[in-house]
Design a protein around this ligand. Structure first.
Ligand code: NAD
Length: 284
């Protein structure tokens, strides 16, 4: 069977081109602020990519870099300053935060109208009630990818592996809003493999390379691989791997996202879209 490898970069360009065109018609440039705490190289790379894309679509962008031992009170004060500024429409706090910080308290401090990561309890609550606020970028990107292959998800069985606040839970809520029948699995689920075999749409958001084997996949299923793990090869080189055993999935799945080049670029594109939505709402 032919398996389509979905080009996440191409889909992301479609989103960012539309964002750039609409941003150019606004009375002022949308402003995105990113706060990064600590020196995790992967987080810094993600932030650089986000800032670069923000500039490409014509946004004003600002990065607040803080040391790993910064206090939570200091981070909250920075967020409050950004909340108060007219020129900042979106605030993103790059996760994970150092252990001395309470992530939920930090997210709760971001003005929900500027919460472009969609992680404030108000936006998370709106999502579960179906009155959509700002939606977390990764699940939104996954949904756009899925709909590029299956425009109408009504009645499809979707399985989401992983139940984090940032990916798994909002992904399941979004699929439910699209009238899919959703099963959510997590570390304590019994026989995840059996559940996955019934999935028309399989989204894996775990962070365990090779977890999803070829024989977990229903023939012709759409497989979305959110997992992003750095793996060291025997020759010492380091590569990025998803959760899905990609070679095994080829020939079984109907369509699959590669890692890298699948969900990652769409996450950034959806961040730009959220910033545009927030800016438009603030400009009236
Ligand atoms: P997390 O650690 O917060 O959550 C992982 C989830 O997986 C948990 O709900 C846990 O119960 C579940 N889990 C763990 N082991 C399992 C197993 N063996 N079987 C079934 N479920 C299991 O992680 P997260 O923040 O949700 O991120 C998940 C992955 O997605 C990571 O690899 C992360 O790097 C990646 N990610 C990628 C993007 C992107 O833009 N491409 C964005 C966000 C996260």
């Amino acid at each position: 069977m032919h398996t389509e490898v979905i080009d996440g970069r191409r889909l992301a360009r479609q989103v960012t081109d539309a964002v750039a065109a609409e941003a150019a018609r606004l009375p002022r440039r949308p402003g995105l602020a990113v706060i990064i705490v600590g020196d995790d190289p992967a987080s810094h790379l993600y932030v650089r990519n986000k800032v670069r894309t923000a500039e490409q679509v014509g946004f004003k962008s600002e990065t607040v870099r803080l040391d790993a031992d910064t206090s939570e009170a200091d981070v909250l004060a920075r967020i409050n300053w950004l909340n108060s500024r007219d020129d900042i429409d979106g605030i993103l706090v790059q996760l994970p935060l150092p252990p001395q910080m309470n992530t939920l308290r930090v997210m709760a401090t971001v003005d929900p109208r500027k919460d472009v990561d969609g992680l404030h309890a108000l936006n998370a609550g709106k999502l579960t009630q179906g009155s959509l606020g700002l939606i977390p970028c990764t699940p939104m990107g996954c949904l756009k990818i899925i709909k590029s292959v299956i425009p109408d998800l009504t009645g499809c069985h979707a399985v989401v592996i992983g139940a984090s606040n940032i990916v798994g839970k909002p992904m399941a809520a979004l699929l439910l809003e699209e009238n899919a029948t959703v099963t959510q699995t997590h570390i304590h689920t019994r026989d995840t493999q059996f559940i996955c075999r019934g999935a028309d749409i399989l989204v894996s958001a775990v962070g365990k390379p090779g977890l999803v084997r070829g024989n977990w996949i229903k023939p012709r299923a759409v497989v979305i691989d959110v997992g992003t793990s750095r793996v060291e090869l025997p020759d010492g080189s380091v590569v990025t791997r998803g959760d899905v055993a990609f070679d095994e999935a080829m020939g079984v799945a109907g369509a699959i996202t590669p890692v890298p080049g699948g969900v990652g670029p769409m996450t950034i594109a959806c961040l730009m879209e959220n910033t545009l939505i927030a800016a438009k709402a603030r400009m009236g």
